[in-house]
Design a protein around this ligand. Structure first.
Ligand code: KG4
Ligand code: ZN
Length: 344
């Protein structure tokens, strides 16, 4: 009888320490430990992130193994995120995975974090069919990727400056909403008027598939300054609730408009029937509902992962590791952590 393929995945690219076990591509455990320490700084502090990963990684891996009822001697291979991400954070998971694979004498596979997000829609029962188009939107990335077949991807466009999630986080910080800001803006926007303030929609009219979100972030900053909310003696929290909800709704609508327009245009140009959303921002309720509407109108199928697989998680890393293993691709133990690793 064929032995099952048991892959341990490790993800430490930013502020989530995660480990997962997949058996023949099915998730058996996916442990995610989020670092709360960054909320008081309004963003991830790299040095604190890598120290926190180092403190907790052993425990997270042990929990993933025990929840899946697997021991280290059962493992077929270990996959860990190689990049992109914070180099100090990446090094913790990558070194841990390599050392474990070396000690156990099993293959090691370095995985691109973005490729992990790209395959996060394969962790559920309902999977997209090739070729598909994926909008990957998170705190670190905003990208449109064409997946023509297994592990064959082309980047159609990406952000030239801030990622969409980064813009959410920075605007939330200006409004005194804490970190991460996306979920708070999403919630407050539900009670706001998206037409109240006109924020710019960068690159909306251009034919290419690149994005830019630093302009809208600056537009919100100028709006707050001109409305008197950035003075040293003014607490942004003193703004009345309706006004704040209107800012959140208007900002969110501008970001979502661009994300949707580019995705729908790419699907049309490439004649693609299946569209996926991935990454932390794919949890956004307006993005999901508007994308549902736009894809349905055009007869396209839309896929987005459950929240657990939208955020950074090791199950998606283990999945790519498992796919690579099927294709006979493994990594040398010499591979470095690469902060700006490209998706090729
Ligand atoms: O994929 P992820 O967990 O980590 C990165 O790879 O960056 O994404 C985190 C990002 C943060 O910027 C967070 O504010 C954003 O996803 N986010 C959201 C929502 N939930 C999380 N942005 C908008 N609306 C949401 N509901
Ligand atoms: Zn991510």
């Amino acid at each position: 009888m064929k032995q099952p393929s048991i892959v341990l995945g490790i993800e430490t690219s930013c502020d989530e320490t995660s480990a997962a076990i997949l058996i023949d591509g099915q998730v058996r455990s996916n442990i995610i430990s989020s670092q709360l320490i960054h909320s008081r700084y309004g963003g991830v502090v790299p040095e604190l992130a890598s120290r926190a990963h180092a403190r907790i990684i052993t425990e997270v891996v042990q929990e993933a193994l025990s929840k899946a009822c697997v021991t280290t001697s059962n493992l077929t291979a270990i996959a860990a995120t190689q990049g992109p991400g914070l180099v100090g954070s990446l090094l913790v998971g990558l070194s841990f995975g390599k050392a474990m694979a070396y000690g156990l004498g099993i293959p090691f596979i370095g995985v691109n974090h973005i490729e992990g997000h790209l395959y996060s829609n394969f962790l559920s029962e309902n999977k997209p069919a090739y070729p598909f188009l994926s909008l990957i939107v998170s705190g670190g990335h905003t990208m449109l990727v064409h997946a023509s077949s297994q592990l064959k991807n082309t980047v159609l466009g990406q952000t030239r400056d801030d990622a969409a999630g980064e813009a959410f986080d920075k605007v939330a910080k200006m409004l005194g909403l804490g970190y991460p800001g996306g979920p708070m803006i999403d919630k407050l926007a539900m009670n706001g008027d998206a037409g109240a303030i006109s924020f710019p929609r960068s690159f909306l009219k251009s034919n290419g598939f690149d994005f830019s979100f630093s302009g809208i972030k600056t537009a919100v900053l100028y709006y707050l300054r001109d409305s008197g909310f950035l003075a040293d003696d003014v607490d942004p929290k003193s703004m009345d609730e309706e006004h704040r909800a209107n800012i959140c709704a208007s900002f969110q609508a501008a970001v979502v408009d661009v994300l949707i327009a580019k995705t729908i245009s790419a699907a049309g140009k490439l004649n693609i029937a299946d569209v996926t959303l991935a990454g932390g921002v794919s949890a956004n309720s307006l993005l999901r509902s508007r994308m549902e509407q736009e894809t349905r109108q055009r007869g396209l199928r839309l896929f987005y992962p459950p929240i657990e697989y939208c955020m950074d998680n090791a199950a998606m890393i283990a999945y790519v590791g498992w796919l690579k293993l099927q294709h006979g691709v493994t990594s040398s133990l010499d591979i470095p952590a690469v902060a700006g690793l490209e998706l090729v």
